[in-house]
Design a protein around this ligand. Structure first.
Ligand code: SF4
Ligand code: SF4
Length: 327
């Protein structure tokens, strides 16, 4: 479970995500779709439309409903909001489409994966299974990273987002301090300025310039960032805040083809995320087990827990590094 996504994996993941609907006759794929099709309490069974006309009422599909709720939520003052991401592992089919969407949306270079799908294998040969655990910065209510950051480098917003301001970081040591303070692996990254095309043609004596898609500006962190401005700085998920304030769901949520990702205002009792948290047992991943004093990070990313073996296998693998609180 390394944090580096090389160019090859980026391409492979992209192809996997795009071609899942095209490849036929694959037994694993059929099983994956079976899992994805299982209904979840609280989620309408109709499949979502991607874009929502203004007046579509809630209940037309999970994505549609979340878009409508988001349009309502962003009219509220930030202090009345509590953004929540709810992940249903049982629906994740391991296509990595969310990881690729995140890389693309945030113009992330190699080694910077603000979102990662962890894979757990369990069982005994030949009855071996895999389960997938999508994960990103947990947007903790008690974030140890904030104290480790330089003055003004990070802040927990009243809506729950732990915002990072990369340009306030002066050197790698300051970034490393934050990486060390965060109890979750692969939440904060150092941008070392590489491009996916770096080194291509080296053996032939050709220098490959970065492709336009990897040298583009990105819009994270409440600012427009030229690609080079983020080199030597930290990067992390901010719940795609630039999209939220424009009425769009986080890129990973709207890209998930398994319907495993839900997002919305946890302070709105009528929102889908509130309904899911009310009608299912959810698991919070806190700091390491046995930490003294206990590190109750209180993440705003939660997982739907259930007795489904795939889900339990994924959660058990997390328990080796995290204290899991069931709610
Ligand atoms: S997951 Fe790590 S980086 Fe994100 S808010 Fe929590 S402590 Fe900070
Ligand atoms: S919310 Fe945005 S930045 Fe965070 S993991 Fe999803 S796509 Fe990446």
């Amino acid at each position: 479970m390394t944090g580096r996504v090389g160019r090859r994996k980026f391409l492979r993941a992209g192809i996997a995500g795009i071609s899942l609907g095209v490849l036929g006759g694959c037994v694993e794929k059929e099983k994956a779709f079976e899992i994805a099709k299982k209904p979840v309490e609280g989620v309408p069974k109709t499949e979502p439309e991607l874009f929502v006309p203004e007046n579509v009422p809630p209940g037309q599909g999970a994505l549609t409903r979340m878009h409508v709720e988001l349009a309502r939520a962003i009219k509220k003052p930030a202090e009345e909001l509590r953004w929540k991401m709810v992940i249903n592992i049982n629906r994740c089919i391991g296509c990595y489409a969310c990881e690729v969407a995140c890389i693309s949306e945030n113009v992330s270079p190699p080694g910077v994966t603000l979102r990662k799908v962890f894979v757990t294998e369990y069982g005994t040969f030949p009855n071996v299974k895999r389960t997938f655990m999508p994960s990103n910065c947990m947007q903790c209510n008690n974030p140890p990273c904030v104290e480790a950051a330089p003055m003004g480098g990070m802040r927990r917003r009243s809506d729950g987002i732990v915002m990072i301001y990369p340009k306030k970081f002066k050197n790698k040591e300051e970034v490393d301090a934050v990486i060390k303070a965060c109890p979750y692996k692969n939440a904060v990254f150092y941008d070392d300025g590489l491009y996916f095309t770096s080194g291509i043609g080296k053996e032939e004596g050709v220098v490959s310039p970065p492709q336009p898609y990897e040298a583009a500006n990105n819009y994270q962190y409440v600012s427009v960032n030229g690609r080079k401005e983020l080199v030597g700085r930290p990067r992390k998920c901010d719940f795609c805040y630039h999209r939220l304030r424009n009425g769009m769901l986080p890129a990973c949520v709207s890209t998930c083809i398994g319907g495993a990702m839900y997002f919305g205002d946890g302070n709105d009792p009528d929102s889908l995320v509130s309904e899911l948290m009310r009608t299912n047992q959810v698991a919070e991943m806190n700091g390491p087990p046995g930490a003294e004093p206990p590190l109750n990070t209180e993440p705003n990313v939660v997982y739907i827990a259930s007795e489904v073996p795939d889900v339990m296998a994924g959660l058990k693998s997390c328990m080796s590094c995290h204290k899991i609180s069931l709610k």
